[in-house]
Design a protein. Structure first.
Length: 42
């Protein structure tokens, strides 16, 4: 089975990022995910 990459755009900052086929449900870039997790901890 081929594990290809998908180009997606972040829903928050509209930045383009690449994910593997298995992570196709990911809608936010790593920077926005980290920012959201930090805000939850407060």
């Amino acid at each position: 089975m081929v594990d290809y990459k998908i180009i997606k755009y972040c829903r928050l900052c509209k930045k383009r990022f690449v994910v593997r086929k298995g992570q196709s449900k990911k809608n936010y870039c790593d920077a926005c995910i980290k920012r959201m997790n930090e805000e939850e901890d407060e």
